[in-house]
Design a protein around this ligand. Structure first.
Ligand code: HPA
Length: 294
């Protein structure tokens, strides 16, 4: 369904029903694996995998470094579903395709979405290999009229006008911050603002300076549309960026960014991020059980 603009409620429902008929898992937490971070799904126990091409209505992933499948399984006893490979705007997908899996997750019974991504740092004091807990986002394509909620509102999922001042759940953010201290990750954990750009070209020096002045700590080419759609349908969201490169803001330098470095740093830190996510999932599930949440 490449570049299809409108998706109906029945499309999401058909996909969710198909998945529920194929898997015994009933996931409560969904994880979207960013570029080079597909191995995050490897720790899932009792796995059931579905290639995107085999799932009714699912778009197919084309970008290098992504496996292109949904992996269902248990992390520390909690049923999860992992997206190994996401859909990016720069691949030519419409935003309803980019965000399609999020609404399917909602219909599967997911309560919490953990989004991960690779990002370039605009901020002094951030280092390559750092993990940034996303505090807030700047959706640059959204600001300029490319928001996934444009079009007829799907009332079943949420209201027409969406409050985004608490997009990244405060409780989950402080849980992640506390956990980073407990795991000894404080030295390379940050909390800051993620800015989404359309890509696929990386930023010019002038663009990088502009984004930094605008209040962005890091920049990437994903995440913002999925988070909007997740928030719209009432999912709690936690976002983690892995800093894979420095974004250049000065003209006299020989340095340059390339996609292979992004993937390499992703693989290098994937195990650390995996441990982080495993612990988070255990805590999130514990907390929601205490609150009596489904
Ligand atoms: N810019 C945009 N997207 C990115 C970058 C970057 O420097 N690094 C990883 N994703």
């Amino acid at each position: 369904m490449h570049s299809k603009e409108q998706v109906s409620y029945e499309d999401y429902q058909k996909t969710a029903e198909w998945l529920l008929s194929q898997t015994k898992h009933r996931p409560r937490i969904a994880v979207i694996c960013g570029s080079g971070l597909g191995s995050l799904a490897e720790d899932l126990k009792d796995q059931e995998c579905f290639k995107y091409s085999s799932i009714p209505n699912f778009p197919e992933s084309t970008v290098e470094g992504h496996a292109g499948q949904l992996v269902f399984g248990k992390l520390r006893g909690t049923s999860c579903v992992c997206m190994q490979g996401r859909f990016h705007m720069y691949e030519g997908y419409s935003l309803s395709e980019v965000t399609f899996p999020v609404r399917v997750f909602k219909l599967l019974g997911v309560k919490t979405l953990i989004v991960t991504n690779a990002a370039g740092s605009l901020t002094e004091g951030y280092n390559v290999g750092d993990i940034m807990i996303i505090k807030d986002q700047i959706n640059l394509p959204g600001i300029s009229g490319y928001n996934p909620l444009i079009g007829p509102n799907e009332d079943w999922f949420g209201a027409r006008f969406l409050c985004m001042s608490d997009a990244y759940d405060k409780g989950l953010r402080s849980m992640a911050l506390e956990l980073s201290k407990k795991l000894g990750y404080s030295g390379f954990t940050q909390e800051g603002v993620y800015c989404m750009v359309g890509g696929p070209s990386y930023e010019t020096i002038a663009e990088a300076c502009f984004l930094h002045k605008m209040g962005a700590n890091v920049v990437g080419m994903s995440t913002a549309p999925e988070v909007i759609v997740a928030k719209h349908c009432g999912l709690k969201v936690l976002g983690l960026s892995l800093i894979t490169n420095e974004v250049l803001k000065e003209y006299d330098t020989e340095k340059a960014v390339n996609h292979n470095d992004v993937l390499r740093i992703g693989r290098m830190r994937a195990q650390t991020l995996q441990t982080f996510i495993n612990e988070l999932v255990a805590q999130i599930d514990g907390t929601s059980a205490e609150n009596g949440m489904g």
